[in-house]
Ligand binder design. Structure first.
Ligand SMILES: Nc1ncnc2c1ncn2[C@@H]1O[C@H](COP(=O)(O)OP(=O)(O)O)[C@@H](O)[C@H]1O
Ligand SMILES: [Mg+2]
Length: 239
């Protein structure tokens, strides 16, 4: 079953065409990978999906409802939640407080929101750091916090933008395991990632974007062997 349908999505910034007629169907409980050279439009796609910027044209249908033009908070409250490429927790607040704010968007009672936040913090294995100031966390810890804040909003579909960026190789495997756990808990994941080992290990289907368009989509192993995909990446390397 299709959970998220993107139809004829285009976005221009002034004269720049960041997305051109993108059509994607994401299936329920899919792990949907997205790669593409810098500037391909990956982050713009997520910003449009999450309601942070309006599309120039096109439609977004989430669980059968047209959510195009909805404000970001309403989209998130309905279960389509994104994380950011740049992490921005409130550094002078504790891990618990940061997550509780996100829980509060779903739960009115302060004590219940805190309890919910504690459970989410356990899910991302940050429970040792419940009362630590967020600014003191390592990069890997901040990644876990960012995932906790997203999970606290009880997403049905999670949009992850380069969640492994900034991690050294040894730090990646535990976060990849955590992504698997999150997915196994029943959440559909759409993720943009540069680390190919993670992309290949996690993706059910892989989309390659190039210059704002869908260049290839399908089974990951076939997609990365597609000559047009190889050319797009070579083009970037030698540009
Ligand atoms: N807010 C914006 N204003 C103007 N141009 C933008 C804005 N956001 C992105 N762009 C441009 O849109 C194109 C796609 O960017 P982006 O979606 O960030 O690519 P990616 O995430 O694939 O690297 C780039 O050329 C970028 O400079
Ligand atoms: Mg990006």
């Amino acid at each position: 079953m299709t959970v998220l349908k993107i139809e004829g999505m285009s976005k221009t910034f002034g004269g720049l065409q960041a997305l051109t007629d993108v059509n994607i169907d994401v299936q329920e409980h899919e792990f949907f990978g997205i790669i593409g050279p810098n500037g391909a439009g990956k982050t713009t796609l997520f910003s449009v999906l999450a309601g942070q910027i309006p599309p120039t044209s096109g439609r977004i249908v989430f669980n059968g409802t047209d959510i195009t033009g909805w404000p970001a908070h309403k989209i998130a409250a309905n279960g389509l939640v994104r994380t950011f490429q740049l992490m921005r927790p409130f550094e002078s607040m504790t891990v618990l407080e940061n997550v509780a704010i996100a829980s509060h968007s779903k739960i009115r009672s302060t004590s219940k929101a805190r309890q919910h936040a504690k459970e989410v913090i356990e899910r991302v294995h940050l429970d040792k750091y419940l009362t630590a100031m967020s600014g003191t966390l390592s990069t890997a810890g901040l990644k876990r916090l960012e995932l906790a804040r997203a999970l606290a909003m009880e997403p049905e579909v999670l949009l992850l933008d380069e969640v492994l960026a900034g991690l050294v190789p040894a730090e990646r495997a535990p976060i990849i395991d955590l992504l698997r756990e999150i997915h196994a808990s029943g959440i559909t994941i759409m993720f943009v990632e540069h680390i190919m080992a993670a992309v290949m290990a996690l993706s059910d289907r892989l989309l390659v974007m190039h210059e704002g368009q869908k260049l290839a989509l399908g089974e990951p192993k076939q997609v990365i062997e597609d000559p047009t995909v190889i050319e797009a990446y070579l083009g970037e390397e030698y540009a």
